[in-house]
Each structure stands twice: as structure tokens, then as C-alpha cells.
Design a protein around this ligand. Structure first.
Ligand code: ZN
Length: 152
């Protein structure tokens, strides 16, 4: 089987997350726990792309990525595309997109933050200047993504 076949091999129903930045495929599997759902998963790592770079790719049968998941995916891999497959056909294809905020997804890296000690849903606002930062609603500190254990 060539790389090309592996990338286009059809699934009957489910999702294909394509154009995942290299090194992110495994982290995404872990974060979303796709592998705990007993569905068939095909994962490709460091697959060659047409422009000579490489990408990861994840195919999950019988699972459709929710909008929330698509937003969360953008934190791992800003240029990924999601293909929704039904009856062996791509019925919907879209790019992941960063939302303006993340609620209840990440815990605050600031150990003094009130959200670490009270039962509240964490809220982070996306700040996009030269690098991506997430600003905590509660302590108002900004962190880049390397501060969040959940993303590694
Ligand atoms: Zn905080």
C-alpha cells in the first residue's frame, strides 16, 4: 500500500481529521480520548503532503466531530481540516477554527488562581498577537499554550 492509498482509503461513516501538524496526532488522540470509544481508528503520522511537508491524520469510524471539539482541535493544530463522511462520501468539509474563548477545557496554570480552589468552570479568552495566548477570566493572567499540561 502506498502512502497515497493510505490517505484516501475510504471509511463508510465517520470523521477524517486531515492536515494535522506533525507531532500533534498522538496528543489529539490522548486529549479527546477517541481511542476509548471502541470505534475503528486509523492514524497516520508524518505522512508526506503535496508541498513536501508532513502531516498527521486521524480517521475515526462512526464518530462525528462536534463544533466544540473542532474549536478545541484548533489549539493543537490550527490548519487541520475535518471531513465528515457518510456513505463513503465527504458530505461536509471544514477547517478548524479558534473560538474567542474556551470554557471548562483547561485548568489555570496559576496555582493561586481562584478557579483552582473553587468549583467553577475555567474560562480562557484567546488573544492573538504575534503568538497565541490564553487569558484566564479569573486571575486575568495570560499564558501561551506551553503552560497547559492538557495540551501535551
Ligand atoms: Zn487563572
Amino acid at each position: 500500500m502506498t502512502h497515497k492509498n493510505l490517505q484516501v482509503e475510504a471509511i463508510e461513516q465517520g470523521s477524517v481529521i486531515d492536515h494535522i501538524s506533525p507531532q500533534q496526532g498522538i496528543k489529539i488522540l490522548k486529549f479527546f480520548q477517541f481511542n476509548n470509544k471502541n470505534e475503528k481508528i486509523t492514524i497516520g503520522l508524518n505522512l508526506p503532503t503535496n508541498n513536501g511537508e508532513s502531516k498527521d491524520l486521524i480517521k475515526i469510524e462512526n464518530l462525528f466531530i462536534s463544533n466544540t471539539q473542532a474549536n478545541q482541535l484548533a489549539l493543537f493544530t490550527p490548519n487541520a481540516t475535518i471531513n465528515q463522511i457518510k456513505n463513503f462520501k465527504v458530505v461536509h468539509k471544514y477547517k478548524v477554527k479558534l473560538p474567542t474563548s474556551f470554557i471548562g477545557m483547561l485548568s489555570c496554570p496559576n496555582s493561586n488562581c481562584i478557579c483552582r480552589h473553587e468549583n467553577v468552570k475555567t474560562t480562557f479568552y484567546i488573544q492573538k498577537n504575534t503568538t497565541l495566548k490564553l487569558k484566564c477570566h479569573y486571575c486575568e493572567k495570560s499564558f501561551d499554550r506551553t503552560f497547559f499540561n492538557e495540551l501535551y
